[in-house]
Write a new protein. Structure first.
Length: 139
C-alpha cells in the first residue's frame, strides 16, 4: 500500500527541463592585423538577437595580444515566445565595438555545451554595412 501511494505521488510531481548549456567561445581579436585596445566591446549576435557582450584584455598588458571570452546562452524551450538565446544550428556573428565598429569575419554555429576557440579578425571596409536614409528638404 505504501509503495502504491509513493508511485502515485511521484507521477504527480512536475518535470522541469533544464535550460541548455551555453556555448563558450574565446580567442584573440585583431582589426586590420593589429591587436585591439583593452576594453574593446565584443558582442555576439544570432540573427537580430544580441546574445552576449564581453570586453577584451591584452596579455602582456600594454602591448600583447588582445583576448576575449564570451558565454553564448541557449534559448529555453520552456518559455515559448521569449528568446533568451540561440538554438542549435544558429549562426552566431561577432561585432567589434568602438572605436572600430566592424563585424568580424568569423562566425560559429551554436551548439549547447561546446567550447570553441575562434581568433576574430576584421578588416575595415570588408564587412561594413551602411545605412542610407533619404533626406527630404522643403523650400
Amino acid at each position: 500500500m505504501l509503495v502504491s501511494i509513493a508511485l502515485v505521488l511521484c507521477a504527480w510531481s512536475p518535470a522541469f527541463a533544464l535550460p541548455p548549456l551555453p556555448h563558450y567561445v574565446s580567442g584573440t581579436v585583431t582589426v586590420d592585423g593589429s591587436s585591439v585596445s583593452d576594453g574593446t566591446v565584443i558582442t555576439a549576435w544570432a540573427d537580430t538577437t544580441q546574445l552576449a557582450t564581453t570586453t577584451t584584455l591584452t596579455n602582456p598588458p600594454g602591448g600583447g595580444a588582445s583576448y576575449y571570452a564570451i558565454s553564448l546562452p541557449g534559448d529555453d524551450s520552456e518559455t515559448p515566445g521569449v528568446i533568451e538565446g540561440a538554438t542549435p544550428g544558429s549562426i552566431v556573428r561577432f561585432y567589434v565595438g568602438a572605436p572600430y565598429r566592424i563585424w568580424a569575419e568569423q562566425q560559429v554555429t551554436w551548439q549547447s555545451g561546446t567550447l570553441t576557440t575562434i581568433h576574430l579578425t576584421a578588416t575595415p571596409g570588408a564587412s561594413e554595412t551602411r545605412l542610407y536614409c533619404p533626406v527630404i528638404s522643403r523650400p
